[in-house]
Structures are given as C-alpha cells and as structure tokens.
Write a protein that binds this ligand. Structure first.
Ligand code: PNW
Length: 452
C-alpha cells in the first residue's frame, strides 16, 4: 500500500516565478522607457537569433489568463518583478502612472484569486536613462536612485504585497554586465576589475538603501533573491561539510556575506588588492540592514571537498562534460542543493526565514500530435529537488516556501526563446499557453502538500 511521501508543513508556500523583461512584452507601451536589456538586444550577435523581450509572452496584456493558470494549479504565491523603467521611464523624476497601473491591475487579479503577490524590484532591467546618465551601477548615484524607486513602490503597493525582493542575482547583471564574460548580459560593457568591484559595491549598497527606504514607508516584509554558489559536499562527512560551509561564505564574499555580516570576506578584499572596492563603515552598516528573509535561486551544484593542502581548507571538484545536465550549458543536476542551500545559509548566518525563490530547468519540449507536452525530465528534476527541500524542512531549517522557475516558457536572456523553463508551454506564434505534464505534477504536490 502506498505510504504518504514527503509531507510539507501546513502553510508551506508553493509559488511560481517570472521576471518583467522575460514575460511582459509591451516594451514601448503606456509610456515605458527603455531598459538596458532593450538596448542590449539590438546589439548584433549577443542574443540567440537576434531575439528580444519586445513581445515575450505578452503577459502585459494576458496577465488575467496567466493568473488563471496559477489558480488552476493551486499556486499560493506569485513572484514577479516590476519593470523600473515602466514606473520611472527616466530612471528618476516623474512617475509614469500608466505603467504603475499595470501592477495595480495585476495585484487586483492576484488577490481576487487568493494568490499572494511577491514582488522583485530589480530583475536586471535597469532604466537605460541611468546607464546613459552615469554608467548605471558604476555610479553610487544608482544606489540612491534605486532606493528612491524602492521606497515609492513600497509606499504605493506595500500594503497589498506579501513580500518585496530588492534585487535578483547580483552576479548575473554585474559580473556578466560589467565584467569579462564570454556570454555577456546587459549592459554588456567590459570595464575593469576595479570598476566591476565598485559596481558590485554600489549594487549591495543599493539593496541596503532600498531595505531602509522600504521600512521607512511600509510594514511589508523585505529581503532579496540571490543565486548563491550552490555548494554541496562531495560526501556527508564533518570535514567535507565544514569545508563546504567555508567555501560558500568565501565564494559569496562580495555579495551575501557582507549583506548578512556587515563586512566583505577578508579573502575577497585580499585577492582584489588595489582593485578592492572603496567603501566606508557607514556603507557596510547600510548594506547589512536586517532583512526579513533570504531568497535562494538554486540551479546547478558546485561540489566541494576538504583539502588540507590549501590554506582555505577547501577546493571545488569540477564536473566534466559527461556529468548529467538539463538543456542549458551550465545546468548540471545536483538535487541535494535544495537541502544544502537552506542548511548552510541557516548555519552560517542564522537566517530566520528562507525561501527557494527560483529552481527549475530548461528542456527542449515539443508538443505531441494532441498538443500535449510529456516533460518527464522536468517532473524528475522537480521531484528530486523537492525531496531536497523536504529534507531541509524536516531537519528544522527555516525553509518556508518554494517558487518554481518558471510559470511559463519565456525570454531566456542571451538564449532568447530557444530555452524553455516553463511549467506551461508557450506557442510564440499564437501566444497559447499549454500546461505541461510538470504543471500537473506540481498541482498535485500543492494539493496534497506532499510528494505522494
Ligand atoms: C536565473 N548561471 O538566471 C534568473 O534569475 C532568471 O531570470 C533566469 O531565467 C533563470 O535563472 C534561468 O536561467 C541565471 O550561469 C542565469 O549559473 C545564469 C546562471 C544562473 C541563473
């Protein structure tokens, strides 16, 4: 007889996630200003087949239908992002009421459906105006302007939001945007190590200033969504686990460590030497303003082992090309990360509330003759990662919810529409959304609050 399998605690928050530029489309509608992604997508050779988010999933017009998809799955929470240049087309200055109205309508629809709104303020679509004016995050002014936008959003929508995430994934828009990646992201500048480190500093400062701005006008809970290096020990022995904890703290020594400890990791500052960021003690206080929760975007594992020959005591065990992976070059599969992420973050920083704010996978889904998508690989990926999350919950770590990336296939940045991460298939010709097998699987998990 079947025995109930992996039951989650009552109130565990089941959600799905998207981001503005990846789903909304309508980039020139109702007064929206351009973002750095609109500009970047026009540069030849940087995006798959020269695609862009200009139409994306047309969520801007089809949000009612999309909320209905969530409701049909029984989803309890929706993590979406607001497009800063929709609200402030010029980055600062006058509010674009028509842009703001879109998010008001979206909130109306979500609340009427009994779905909690969780809003990210910066999922990489910086107003182009700020890039033009002062080089975006290269300038400290960007942190100030971000905080002003954050305060405005909290004041206007805060009483109807369940939670606010300041910034999504520092490394992706900073290191890939201002650094030296072979696969750059917007704004696609090659600066210098010194400039990149200062931009990183301004971004975490912007996060801290935004936390303070939000708190000054609203009681809404606030945190961030960060793709920490997904460190996992090669074996569960005390020495490898210890090494893994150290590795995580050091590898995020320029992002989550200063946010949660109020100081950069000494190894980061030492390694950067003369290129280290310039900052004040007051900056570090602002950066480490207390947050209500930490969101973890968990995708590909980074295996760590103890190494007594190194001063730091750890080393990464790299995966080769034969290691199992999903339909992204970097997306190797390591389902224990949904356990180790929450556990290591709890142990290192005593965080009181953790959410998995993204987890999911791309697969080259193709509808069959009956227009059905039997994405057994995504079901496998989801199931295995939920086992990891369940273990974290069972052992008492403060994991309070899980948001699957993504509600539907969408504009996957430099990969354009060639990578499908959705629980729903999107036909980009007709804009039809088709629930995949994985949507049904996830709906069953939510309904039972258990895996089986
Ligand atoms: C995240 N990596 O990005 C983003 O938050 C989403 O917008 C995106 O669609 C999703 O994951 C899938 O890619 C990442 O190289 C981009 O390891 C790159 C990496 C990880 C996450």
């Amino acid at each position: 007889m079947a025995v109930e399998y992996c039951r989650f605690p009552a109130g565990f928050l089941w959600g799905v996630a998207t981001a503005a530029y990846q789903v909304e489309g309508a980039v020139a509608e109702d007064g929206r200003g351009p973002s750095v992604w609109d500009t970047f997508c026009q540069r030849p050779g940087v995006i798959f087949q020269g695609q862009s988010g200009a139409q994306a999933c047309d969520h801007y017009h089809r949000y009612k239908q999309d909320v209905a998809l969530m409701k049909a799955m029984g989803v309890k929470a929706y993590r979406f992002s607001a497009s800063w240049p929709r609200i402030f087309p010029d980055g600062t200055g006058a509010v674009n009421d028509k842009g703001l109205d879109f998010y008001k309508r979206l909130l109306d629809e979500l609340l009427a459906a009994g779905i909690q709104p969780w809003m990210t303020l910066m999922h990489w679509d910086l107003p182009q105006a700020l890039e033009d004016r002062y080089g975006g995050w290269e300038s400290r002014q960007c942190a100030e302007d971000f905080a002003r936008y954050a305060g405005f959003m909290a004041k206007t929508l805060g009483d109807r939001l369940e939670g606010i995430f300041t910034i999504n994934e520092f490394v992706c828009f900073l290191d890939k945007g201002y650094g030296f990646s072979d696969e750059p992201f917007a704004p696609g500048k090659q600066t210098s190590v010194k400039v990149l480190n200062q931009a990183r500093h301004h971004a975490i400062l912007g996060h801290g200033m935004a936390v303070q701005a939000i708190r000054s006008v609203s009681g809404c809970r606030v945190g961030l969504a960060e793709n920490i290096p997904n460190c996992a020990p090669i074996l569960e022995t005390p020495e490898h686990i210890n090494a893994t904890r150290k590795a995580l703290r050091e590898l995020t020594g320029m992002f989550l460590t200063p946010i949660l400890e109020g100081a950069y990791h000494p190894a980061y500052l030492e390694r950067q030497g003369a290129d280290a960021p310039i900052f004040t003690a007051e900056d570090m206080k602002i950066i480490s303003s207390p947050v209500d929760f930490v969101g973890l975007n968990l995708y590909a594992p980074k295996y760590i082992r103890y190494d007594s020959s190194r001063a730091c005591g750890w080393i990464e065990v790299a995966s080769d090309e034969h290691y199992p992976r999903m339909h992204m070059p970097w997306l190797t599969i390591g389902p224990t990360i949904t356990y180790w992420g929450p556990r290591l973050v709890s142990e290192l920083w005593k965080v009181k509330s953790i959410f998995i704010t993204e987890n999911g996978c791309a697969y080259p889904d193709v509808p069959d003759a009956d227009n059905k998508i039997w994405d057994t690989a995504r079901v496998m990926y989801l199931q295995q990662h939920l086992i990891g999350a369940h273990r974290a919950v069972s052992e008492g770590y403060a994991l309070n919810g899980y948001f699957h990336w993504s509600l539907m296939d969408n504009f996957e940045w430099a990969f354009g529409y060639s990578k499908r991460f959705g629980l729903h298939y999107v036909n980009y010709q007709t804009m039809e959304r088709i629930p995949k097998l994985s949507a049904e699987f996830y709906a069953n998990v939510i309904r039972r609050n258990a895996l089986g």
